[in-house]
Design a protein around this ligand. Structure first.
Ligand code: PGA
Length: 264
């Protein structure tokens, strides 16, 4: 299971929030308060405009930097877009790809998302591919069908030697920013199904890919979610904007990891 091999991954998704100055203040404080020995992998996926200011602060710390999107093309006439090579300059490790806000508001489909995942892996990033169903799809009993299409389409023909860098984020659309979290059981059920899909599509390497949960994860539900056998971390929006709640989630991940290590 990925969580025992690699440790938890806790990722902040700040979306369109925080100026560069606010980002710097947050990151400095975070580095100060997070236990240097923590086994939890921590990343901040920030607006492009904050990357330049954060890079010198995060390099050499145990906080990795991430972006929230990238273009699949290396360069060219794509007004307003950012390439992998541009992100490399800021020592970016993670890139969120196919977030439901990008799928719904910016009409990104599985084919485009697949190109971005490939470009991200080729640039040696860890793409965080987001998948998840809408409330209508869940109510119609189509959750696993939709996620199956997102996984199959998003992960087509990936460069095999880099697949292990991939992260999947299960984010039920109805739970994002709504305060409605999937119950731990609901999330575990989908994570286990995703694990099966990864193994079917990618072979045994599918066991090594982290599957993290996102959708109103916060200090009062993080522990129960992270205790589930197939939940390898969290992608956190609202609760990652406030230092205290983000730190609390990191500490809970550390606590669950220690419990798991003692137990197994
Ligand atoms: P939320 O956002 O934690 O505010 O629900 C999660 C996400 O969209 O990644």
């Amino acid at each position: 299971m990925a969580k025992f091999q690699k440790g938890f991954l806790i990722v902040a998704n700040w979306k369109m929030n925080k100026t560069a100055k606010e980002a710097v203040d947050f990151a400095k404080e975070l580095i100060n308060v997070v236990d240097k020995e923590t086994a939890v992998n921590i990343a901040l996926c920030v607006p492009f405009t904050a990357l330049g200011a954060l890079a010198p602060i995060c390099v050499g710390s145990n906080i990795a930097l991430g972006a929230q999107n990238m273009n699949s093309e290396p360069s060219g006439a794509f007004t307003g877009e950012i390439s992998a090579q541009m992100l490399c300059e800021f020592f970016v490790t993670y890139v969120i790809i196919g977030h439901s806000e990008r799928r719904i508001i910016f009409y990104e489909d599985n084919a485009l998302i697949n190109k971005k995942v490939k470009a991200a892996l080729n640039a040696n990033f860890c793409p965080i591919l987001c998948v998840g169903e809408t409330i209508e799809e869940r109510q119609a009993g189509k959750t696993l069908k939709i996620i199956g299409q997102q996984i199959e389409g998003g992960l087509k023909d990936l460069p095999r030697e880099k697949i292990e860098n991939l992260v999947i984020a299960y984010e039920p659309v109805w739970a994002i920013g709504t305060g409605k979290t999937a119950t731990a059981q609901m999330a575990q059920e989908v994570h286990a199904a995703i694990r099966g899909m990864l193994k079917k599509q990618l072979g045994s390497i599918g066991n090594k890919i982290r599957i993290i949960y996102g959708g109103s994860m916060k200090p009062d539900n993080a522990e129960e979610l992270l205790m589930q056998p197939d939940i390898d971390g969290g992608l956190i929006g609202g609760a990652s904007l406030v230092l205290q709640s983000f730190v609390e989630i990191i500490e809970l991940a550390q606590k669950v990891a220690e419990h798991n290590n003692a137990y197994y």
